[in-house]
Design a protein around this ligand. Structure first.
Ligand SMILES: Nc1nc2c(c(=O)[nH]1)N[C@H]1C(S)=C(S)[C@@H](COP(=O)(O)OP(=O)(O)OC[C@H]3O[C@@H](n4cnc5c(=O)[nH]c(N)nc54)[C@H](O)[C@@H]3O)O[C@H]1N2
Ligand SMILES: Nc1nc2c(c(=O)[nH]1)N[C@H]1C(S)=C(S)[C@@H](COP(=O)(O)OP(=O)(O)OC[C@H]3O[C@@H](n4cnc5c(=O)[nH]c(N)nc54)[C@H](O)[C@@H]3O)O[C@H]1N2
Ligand code: SF4
Ligand SMILES: [Mo]
Length: 885
């Protein structure tokens, strides 16, 4: 019997509802849940490809101790024993948890309770430190609580949507689609994008402000002055519900319009136009994400934005408000349980003695952390210098995602005891685990997550637990029991944890704290199973409460008022003569973080198959690198080698590189190796978007492209980048010197069986070498080597892995590296859902399809998840530009 289960997407903070169907033969299909209020049935490319990431390839299925399989009992005894021993010898602050916004609320709640209430240390921090902590700090400074006032609907109701430091089209694609649809319905609506580079999100922007890195604070401080000068301030709101307006005004007065121009580098006309739009439009929503948060002035950027919304009283009303877009599926849930080192549970403050007492009474715990714990960067420094001696890492991959990643790796390697809970056996972090614990993945685990608009949804299991994998909350509970806290950790199911979490949120609350879901404290297990998405707050005894905050004040500082923050924008230029470029890092459309799941999907890997450095044509010329050449990027912390992507979307002097690639997928492309551990003073969030680097051409003597049925083993080339492909793998390569025996290299790397001889040719003049290995009619591997970046039709070559090669001529065509005339090369994939390449789209445009809709009709491209529509529009525009020349 086919079974359909309603669950939630495990990727971004939009939190889309998914219906997963398991067929009789076990095959899983997913579609958007038409009833879920976040997405109403839509899914983006990553959500649509979820079913392709569920295989057990690479999964860790049994606990391991130092690489050998162990029983759960043995592993858990060891974890508890070593933690207990370390605490006994060196005190509670000598141990730490480093967890993740990808945990479910129930997992997160247990981790936080164990560390803060029972071990008695606040040394639990999370990857949300790298993600949302500046927003948290900014909210708390202004509102007295970490509250996101608005809802997604506000983006549709607004007349002006300002997107700053957000690549919404790629990072919150379904929200972007909702915004794009609203704008199409109501063309009067305006969108302003603030981002140093021209991203795909610019597609819907009426105005794109390509500011210099980190000058947002100056931009919004200038806006504040402009709003005051233009009499747009809501005097009643400011008087009744806020304090410190005068101080903020004095501070902003010190930043002249000319200074804003100089700092941001914007043309005066553009700046005026933005200020005019903001001043004259009542319904404004300002969305912000990592371009704001991941900065040494992240918290100030947040408060500069909040100041403008508070001054105009545009907050918490329909179509108005500041909107912090959360990244991970449960970034918000993590904040609710107090997973950050400087928070307590249920939005209570660790610095507040009354809050500490309340939480301790509720937990009936023997201890309560007295002071904030170590924030992520400090935490790993404490691991490095031996203050932290036992570390449990759960659902995050810090060797890839932390700044100064090599130093973090060295710290983990040197740590006397490291536990890693993950779903994969081989990650850059898991390789250093003393104890590796197999966790349940998406589709197997069960619990709740909270999205950017405070909506709590269920993730439900629809697959059997594979091997001995167990949930993260169970692992934590078992260790807590072994540490002697069995009475407080009695959980047998996530519903029990959720009830306790809900009860704590309502405990002695009476409206004093924003986060209150007390209405769910008595939920039965059946209710929990049937729980439909709801937005907080939902206090006990009240029906669905107001879904927005602060329209009528009611802030959470002791005086009930919001605070303006007086801001002086800081110095933001980091480059110098030795490191003349600024490196900006972030995301691409079809990969998720360190690629442990999206990297399994051939469709998703086809969009962008390599790590890259996007740079301006003139910068590329200056460093002598051509398109498809390789770039070596260097900072005082380390080096990376990536492909050059030369575009005018990038401002001069700046480079953009994705954060995703790691040692499992590339030779030397962990971008965080380059990022210094500079953090925001208040939030502790690393500045990952403005890094001083040098860039130069990487001089390779040989370039190669290969496809292989087997997963390539240890290519050992100066540069390599591996990607999953249909029926096998694709591999880009570059070598710093020649090899004696290319065929032998292929045999080893592609695991070619004995007796299979290569078909091939070598061109002595050009130096080109082509080798193909066939097992009967099946291609095992093909290898194309040249002295310049290899010009071979990639997608065509990949398709040959699945094709029949009975005909000898076909085999020679392959060695020649050319598609036959009957089968044109589709080119790099644009539409992941239907596998449509750029060349096909160009052909359709040349054939008369002049709109995204027409291309969709002709090729289907862009008609499923819609994530590639902006790119298709770009190709159409590009073709017209060429035609016009
Ligand atoms: N496809 C995909 N989607 C994701 C994720 C993913 O891995 N892949 N991860 C999720 C997570 S955890 C997060 S946190 C979100 C992040 O979502 P976003 O914040 O939208 O993504 P980023 O690419 O990190 O950065 C956004 C933009 O900030 C710009 N920027 C850099 N410096 C500045 C600056 O000084 N000022 C301004 N105004 N802009 C600047 C960058 O050029 C970039 O385009 O995405 C979520 N969604
Ligand atoms: N330079 C630079 N660095 C960045 C950023 C940037 O923009 N630039 N962005 C930062 C941001 S915003 C974020 S959020 C981080 C993300 O960085 P990470 O959190 O390090 O990245 P993920 O790949 O999401 O890591 C999740 C890990 O958990 C595993 N996993 C998946 N599901 C489960 C589960 O259910 N249980 C357990 N136990 N494990 C599971 C995955 O296999 C993977 O190893 O990166 C940060 N680092
Ligand atoms: S927008 Fe895409 S990645 Fe984000 S929750 Fe929805 S389907 Fe998942
Ligand atoms: Mo994030």
């Amino acid at each position: 019997m086919e079974k359909a289960v309603k669950t939630t997407c495990p990727y971004c903070g939009v939190g889309c509802g998914v219906v997963a169907t398991v067929a009789d033969d076990g095959a899983v299909s997913v579609k958007g849940d038409p009833d879920h209020p976040a997405n109403y049935g839509r899914l983006c490319s990553k959500g649509s490809a979820l079913a392709e990431t569920l295989d057990l390839d690479g999964r860790i299925l049994h606990p391991e101790i130092s690489g050998r399989q162990a029983s759960w009992d043995e592993a858990l005894d060891l974890v508890a024993g070593r933690f207990a021993q370390t605490i006994a010898e060196h005190g509670p602050d000598s141990v730490a948890f480093y967890v993740s916004g990808q945990l479910l609320t129930e997992d997160y709640y247990v981790a936080n309770k164990l560390m803060k209430g029972f071990i008695g240390s606040a040394n639990i921090d999370t990857n949300s430190r790298l993600c949302m902590s500046s927003s948290v700090a900014g909210h708390r400074r202004a509102f007295g609580s970490d509250t996101v006032p608005g809802t997604y609907e506000d983006l549709e109701l607004a007349d002006l949507v300002v997107l700053t430091g957000s690549n919404l089209a790629w990072c919150h694609p379904v929200l972007y689609q909702r915004l794009a649809a609203a704008k199409a319905r109501r063309p009067g609506m305006k969108v302003v994008l603030i981002d140093p580079r021209r991203t795909m999100t610019a597609d819907i922007a009426d105005l794109h402000l390509a500011i210099r890195p980190d000058t947002d604070a100056a931009l919004f401080v200038g806006l504040f002055s402009h709003l005051v000068a233009g009499n747009v301030v809501d005097q009643n709101y400011v008087a009744a519900h806020t304090t410190a307006f005068a101080e903020a005004l004095t501070a902003s007065g010190a930043v002249s319009f000319t200074e804003v121009l100089e700092r941001t580098g914007l043309p005066a006309m553009q700046l005026r136009e933005f200020y005019r739009l903001f001043a004259t439009t009542e319904k404004v929503v300002t969305c912000y994400s990592q371009g704001v948060n991941q900065s040494s002035s992240g918290t100030d950027k947040v408060n500069a934005i909040l100041n403008c919304h508070l001054a105009t009283g545009r907050i918490g009303r329909r179509g108005m408000g500041p909107f912090s877009l959360t990244g991970q599926p449960n970034a918000m849930g993590g904040r609710e349980v107090g997973g950050l080192a400087n928070m307590l549970a249920a939005h209570m403050a660790i610095e507040n003695a009354g809050d500490r007492d309340r939480v301790q009474r509720f937990w009936r715990s023997p201890a309560i952390a007295e002071k904030p714990g170590l924030k992520a960067v400090d935490l790993f420094q404490a691991v490095a210098d031996g203050r932290v001696k036992a570390l449990w890492i759960m659902a995050t991959n810090p060797v890839v995602s932390m700044p100064d990643a090599d130093a973090v790796e060295a710290a983990i390697r040197a740590c006397p005891f490291v536990v890693v809970s993950d779903v994969l056996k081989e990650t850059d972090t898991a390789r250093h685990a003393h104890v590796l614990l197999p966790s349940l993945g998406w589709g197997e685990k069960s619990g709740t997550v909270t999205n950017s608009e405070r909506r709590i949804s269920r993730q439900r299991a629809f697959l059997e637990a594979p091997g001995e994998a167990r949930s993260d909350w169970w692992q934590l509970t078992e260790v807590a029991r072994r540490l002697g806290f069995a009475e407080a950790f009695t959980y047998d199911a996530p519903a029990e944890i959720f009830r306790e979490h809900a009860a704590l949120s309502g405990f002695e609350n009476a409206g004093s704290r924003d986060f209150d879901i007390g209405a769910h404290a008595d939920l039965t297990s059946e209710d929990y199973e049937a729980l439909t998405p709801f937005q907080w707050p939902q206090p006990a005894g009240q029906g669905s409460a107001e879904s927005r905050f602060f329209a009528d004040g009611g802030f959470y500082h002791a005086d009930g008022k919001a605070r303006f923050v007086a801001l002086r924008p800081p110095e933001t230029v980091r480059t110098n003569a030795d490191y003349p470029f600024t490196l900006n890092t972030g995301r691409i459309r079809d990969q998720w973080h360190t690629m442990t799941r999206t990297g399994k999907s051939a469709r998703l890997s086809a969009h962008i198959a390599e790590p890259f450095a996007e740079l301006h044509p003139r910068d590329a010329m200056e460093i002598g690198v051509g398109n498809a050449g390789l770039v070596e990027i260097e900072s005082p912390q380390g080096k990376a080698i990536v492909r050059a992507l030369i575009t005018e979307r990038q401002a001069r002097g700046s480079i953009f590189s994705p954060m995703h690639w790691n040692d499992q997928f590339a030779a030397k492309a962990r971008i965080d190796v380059l990022v210094p551990a500079i953090t925001d003073r208040l939030s502790g969030q690393p500045a990952s978007k403005n890094v001083a680097v040098a860039a130069r051409k990487f001089k390779a003597t040989h370039y190669a492209f290969a496809v292989s049925k087997a997963k390539p083993v240890d290519p050992g080339a100066a540069y390599w980048a591996l990607a999953k492909a249909e029926a096998g793998f694709r591999l880009e390569l570059a070598f710093a010197g020649p090899l004696d025996d290319w065929a032998g290299w292929c045999r080893r790397v592609f695991a070619i069986p004995q007796g299979v001889e290569p078909l091939g040719y070598a061109d002595a003049q050009t130096g080109d070498i082509r080798l193909a290995f066939f097992d009967g009619a099946r291609l095992l591997a093909a290898f194309f080597l040249a002295r310049e970046p290899v010009a071979v039709a990639r997608n065509w070559a990949i398709a040959q892995l699945a094709a029949d090669h009975l005909d000898l001529r076909k085999r020679f065509a392959l060695v020649a590296g050319r598609p036959g005339a009957d089968k044109p090369d589709p080119g790099a994939t644009v539409c992941s859902c239907f596998g449509i390449g750029v060349n096909q789209i160009v052909a359709a445009v040349r054939g008369g399809c002049h709109s995204v809709e027409a291309v969709g009709k002709s090729l289907n491209a862009g008609t499923n998840c819609g994530s590639c529509r902006a790119e298709i529009r770009g190709i159409i525009d590009g073709c017209h530009a060429t035609a016009a020349e």
